[in-house]
Design a protein around this ligand. Structure first.
Ligand SMILES: Nc1ncnc2c1ncn2[C@@H]1O[C@H](COP(=O)(O)OP(=O)(O)O)[C@@H](O)[C@H]1O
Ligand SMILES: N[C@@H](CCC(=O)OP(=O)(O)O)C(=O)O
Length: 377
């Protein structure tokens, strides 16, 4: 994080429709506008990281497709062309202002492995501290569907958590979050501040607004939930509006501000990784009393509280924790393999004494209540 308290670490996510024309070309004008704003923030001393979509949208035409392709191999081939073109344009524009951009392509599996996750953080920190503008996108060309983040909205929130950003700004083709899908309801009202993403707000979120957008408002809400639980202030506003990014950082912009969750402690880096990035490998079931211990009293889960084990996992794996009704309570990192845990079930207290460690330490345990969203988003 930057040292001067006035200077912020800002993550800006921009969608495909805000960077490209309808005909599958990069819009130099749109890109220039964004770059000008980033440059202004940099000149003010802020650190800026961009999460930029647009690889598929910028490449499909050059691939010979008249419209955005549907098939995965064609989308991936288009991204392979478009990503290079996007980076070329960003680099040119940033260099013309004396700044340097750098490319970072991430897959979901890079984030589900804790070492690679920490490594990504170290690399990005070096770039930010040296004044470079990292430009992140999903590694679309090689990622198979089931391993995709899927949309850059949640990717941007996970990246903001990774680098402990102060602000996450998501730019879209709409000027904020409305209390109803504005395409279906002309009386829909813009919400200027959101403290909690309630079921009513979720019900009002619809699909993408353009033929090139992928996430829609639903994926933006998932992103804001992650940011809020990670203690990051966020903003949703309309790309292309005059100095929207600059004004959002100084809280003068028209749009929707999402406040970090205050009733809940911010998740530390380890818990953020467990909750939002890890790939759980199995399940353990615990009883009602143990649920109280870990959820209400925030204590470690002891081996004697493990009722049932599902799946094969090693010590150090992340597992789902369920109660006896099957409801998920949270996620945690186990200190024992599934085989060891199974052997412990049914042992008496004195027999369990030889196992010195908890089944899951409280520092490695995230409960749904803590993050107020389905864990593992
Ligand atoms: N409650 C809502 N408030 C605002 N926009 C909404 C809402 N529900 C659905 N939308 C639609 O979501 C679109 C933005 O998502 P998307 O098309 O994925 O944008 P982008 O390509 O900028 O990421 C808006 O254009 C709007 O039509
Ligand atoms: N990674 C993809 C974009 C994925 C995505 O979320 O797109 P968008 O909804 O336009 O932000 C690309 O660069 O084409």
């Amino acid at each position: 994080m930057v040292n001067d308290t006035n200077n912020k670490r800002v993550v800006i996510k921009i969608g495909s429709s805000s960077l490209t024309s309808l005909h599958g070309e990069i819009s130099r004008r749109k890109l220039e506008k964004l770059v000008d704003e980033v440059v202004r923030l940099k000149d003010d001393g802020h650190e800026v990281l961009l999460v930029s979509s647009g690889a598929v949208a910028a490449g499909y035409r050059k691939l010979g497709c008249l419209t955005r392709p549907e098939s995965l191999p064609e989308k991936q081939a288009a991204a392979s062309i478009g990503q290079g073109l996007l980076m070329e344009s960003y680099s040119d524009l940033f260099l013309s202002h004396g700044y340097m951009g750098s490319q970072i392509l991430i897959t979901r599996s890079d984030f589900s492995d804790e070492d690679r996750y920490n490594n990504a953080r170290n690399t990005i920190n070096v770039l930010l501290e040296r004044g470079i503008i990292p430009i992140v996108n999903e590694n679309d060309t090689i990622t198979v569907d089931r391993l995709k983040f899927g949309d850059n909205d949640t990717l941007s929130a996970k990246v903001a958590g990774l680098v402990e950003a102060d602000e996450l700004i998501i730019l879209s083709d709409i000027d904020g979050l409305y209390d109803a899908d504005p395409r279906k309801n002309e009386d829909a009202q813009l919400l200027d501040t959101v403290h909690e993403i309630t079921p009513e707000i979720e019900a009002a979120a619809g699909d993408p607004g353009s033929s090139v957008g992928t996430g829609g408002m639903k994926s933006k809400l998932d992103a804001f939930k992650i940011a809020m639980a990670s203690g990051i202030s966020s903003f949703l506003g309309k790309a292309g509006t005059d100095q929207i990014v600059y004004d959002a950082v100084y809280r003068n912009a028209v749009g929707t501000y999402f406040e970090p969750t205050s009733v809940i402690e911010d998740l530390d880096q380890k818990k953020q990784w467990i909750a939002f990035n890890s790939g759980p490998e199995g399940e353990i079931t615990i009883d009602h009393r143990a649920r109280k211990t870990i959820v209400d009293m925030k204590e470690s889960l002891l081996p004697m509280n493990v009722h049932h084990v599902n799946g094969r996992f090693k010590k150090g794996a992340v597992v789902h924790i369920n109660d006896l009704t099957g409801e998920e309570i949270g996620l945690g990192i186990v200190n024992y393999s599934s085989k060891q845990l199974e052997q412990m079930i049914g042992l008496t207290d004195p027999e369990l004494e030889s196992y010195e460690k908890a089944a899951i330490d409280s520092k490695d345990l995230v409960c749904n209540l803590e993050v107020k969203l389905p864990v593992g988003v």
